[in-house]
Design a protein around this ligand. Structure first.
Ligand SMILES: Cc1ncc(C[n+]2csc(CCOP(=O)(O)OP(=O)(O)O)c2C)c(N)n1
Length: 269
């Protein structure tokens, strides 16, 4: 969802999960770093990028997201410390959904809150109801403004809940009570936003019907797009890691190119 709000097409976002491309989208064109599988490494990238942008005199503010589980990683702590010491303009958004796969927050930390971890590094830190979209917009606007004014990083802990299992390889019913899920379902942010907009007379039945029809059309187009078998280029492996590839990498690239050329000759014959 965070990637979609950057205007990145859904098929490109899902490209990595489909195994089609390393990142799926163009990080430079979208000014959005590639997704990181190792937890919390993105926070160090964010701190470094924000510091570099600051040194270049640019007004960039970096938004870096992580989960509650990621706050137990060493990289989280190093990123916070680095960003704080160098006044790097980073907004750290911690989505506290209560679980790191099957590990509940209480088994992850005894800190009074995850925002306290930011305070420990001298970072202005806030807690917010993560299921309240209006509160989220408000606090993030403020945080970006604060960081852009040169006041250093901000940490926002958003309280939310993971309604489903972590993935389809996980079965949440093995480690949590369904009553807890019911309770959080009643606080669904989409339902809350809908109630709010209805009450303010900003949306009506016609608008909702049109929105649902548009969503169905988009979903059908996305399904069709994801079923297209994409050609991949194995030499891309060498293209994006170093600005100047090492002699060893150049040699390996030449080997791969020779192998691919031999393969295509074979196919032609
Ligand atoms: C360094 C590292 N260790 C373990 C994993 C395996 N892993 C993937 S997701 C996950 C839980 C993440 O929990 P959290 O940070 O709370 O984020 P959530 O997925 O709940 O948003 C773990 C342990 C990983 N990807 N990287």
């Amino acid at each position: 969802m965070a990637l979609a709000t950057r205007g990145i097409p859904a098929a490109e976002i899902l490209g990595m999960l489909a195994g089609d491309w390393h990142c799926g989208y163009d990080p430079v064109a979208h000014r959005t770093a590639p997704q990181c599988t190792p937890l919390a490494t993105q926070l160090l990238h964010a701190a470094g990028l924000a510091y570099a942008e600051q040194r270049r005199g640019r007004e960039t503010v970096v938004l870096a997201l992580c989960g509650d589980g990621a706050t137990s990683e060493g990289d989280f702590h190093e990123a916070l410390n680095f960003a704080a010491v160098f006044h790097a303009p980073v907004v750290f958004l911690v989505q506290n959904n209560g679980f790191a796969i099957s590990v509940p927050l209480a088994r992850q930390t005894v800190a009074p809150s995850l925002a306290h971890k930011g305070v420990g590094y001298g970072i202005g830190s806030e807690q917010v109801d993560g299921n309240d979209p209006v509160a989220m917009m408000g606090i993030l606007d403020e945080a970006v403004h604060f960081a852009r004014e040169g006041n250093g990083p901000v940490l926002v802990e958003a309280h939310t809940y993971r309604l489903d299992s972590h993935t389809n390889a996980d079965d949440a019913s093995r480690y949590r009570d369904s009553a807890e899920v019911e309770d959080w379902l009643a606080r669904d942010p989409i339902a809350r936003l809908r109630t709010y907009l209805r009450r303010e007379n900003r949306i009506d039945d016609d608008f909702e019907a049109q929105l649902n029809a548009e969503a169905e059309t988009q979903a059908a187009a996305l399904r069709a797009e994801m079923n297209i078998e994409r050609a991949t280029d194995p030499t891309e492996l060498f293209r994006y890691v170093f600005a100047e590839p090492t002699p060893q990498l150049r040699e390996q690239l030449a080997d791969v190119e020779a192998e691919l050329a031999a393969e295509s000759e074979e196919i032609d014959r």
